[in-house]
Design a protein around this ligand. Structure first.
Ligand code: R5P
Length: 292
């Protein structure tokens, strides 16, 4: 059985369609003090149940709601619980950067385990360290093939794929191979107090007149994409686009990115906002099929 949580109704509906399953929803409401209420009306005793509920926007609320759904399923007799968080929030605090900090994914994983979760399925988790810190079995769904297809559908003549930092290089490299495009990798420095980002190229590529896609896992403040785009534009790139898996698109990010010369910004439906232009439903369906 597949249950679509409130933050992934559209993506979850697509996944149930692909797997030929009925779409089940929780009854949900928010109490006057802001607390979440959930209730499942469908019998789940003895069933393997998969919940799909992304953790953005409103990460804290989405996470508590997910825990409540798991607890309800477990106390109503669900046999196994798989949680799909298409966007895994808190993954960037995957280590102690400064004394006194937590390892956030560890805390999330412990809470999920205590709520009866057997495994977690994530789309393009921020890092291997985050997955390891979860401390529960997990599956990291890769979607670079889908991104390559999407880029081809937007522009058949993409001749440059750009990684705004070294961590994004592997994904960008695979996409560049599929598209038969050049690869450019930047090194990125972010000032921890001001948040300012400076991207400097690690390799030299002919830029004049090219069509470039900057590819990343997350666009948050948009500073990484903006800094890379400014460099590309200065070098004579004709058109710049940005594509990511998780388009958080906070605050002034859209303006910042567009001012840096990016024509369009594309994300996937791991986050159901207006930037969601390609679907990762098939990849999620393939990943959860063995557990449904
Ligand atoms: C960082 O390691 C991630 O892969 C992204 O590059 C980062 O989250 C993007 O953040 P922003 O949009 O704030 O530059």
């Amino acid at each position: 059985m597949i249950v679509c949580g409130p933050s992934s109704i559209s993506l979850g509906t697509e996944v149930t369609g692909i797997l030929g399953q009925e779409r089940i929803l929780f009854d949900t409401k928010v109490f006057p003090d802001g607390e979440s209420y959930v209730r499942i009306d469908t019998p789940v005793e003895g069933l393997n149940v998969t919940i799909i509920n992304t953790l953005f926007p409103d990460q804290d609320k989405r996470f508590v709601e997910t825990l409540l759904m798991c607890d309800a399923l477990r106390r109503n007799g669900a046999k196994e619980i798989t949680v799909v968080t298409p966007y895994l929030a808190y993954a960037r605090q995957d280590k102690v950067f400064r004394d006194g900090e937590p390892v956030a994914p560890k805390a999330l994983g412990s809470a999920l385990r205590c709520s009866g979760v057997d495994r977690l399925v994530v789309v393009e988790a921020h890092s291997g360290e985050a997955l390891e810190a979860l401390g529960i079995p997990n599956v990291n769904v890769q979607v670079e093939k889908r991104m390559s297809q999407f880029i081809s559908s937007v522009n058949v003549d993409t001749d440059l794929v750009v990684a705004p930092d070294v961590k994004a290089a592997e994904r960008a490299g695979k996409i560049a191979d599929v598209l038969n495009a050049d690869l450019m990798v930047f090194s990125k420095k972010r000032d921890r107090s001001s948040g300012e980002v400076v991207c400097e190229p690690l390799n030299t590529v002919h830029l004049q007149g090219k069509t470039a896609f900057i590819v990343d896992d997350i666009i948050s403040t948009g500073r990484s994409v903006a800094s890379a785009s400014e460099y590309l534009k200065r070098g004579g790139v004709k058109s710049v686009y940005a594509v990511c898996v998780h388009a958080l698109m906070l605050g002034e990010s859209e303006v910042r990115i567009k001012q840096a010369g990016v024509g369009e910004i594309f994300g996937s439906n791991t986050i159901e906002n207006r930037f969601a232009k390609f679907s990762v439903a098939q990849e999620i369906a393939d990943a959860i099929k063995p557990f449904c």
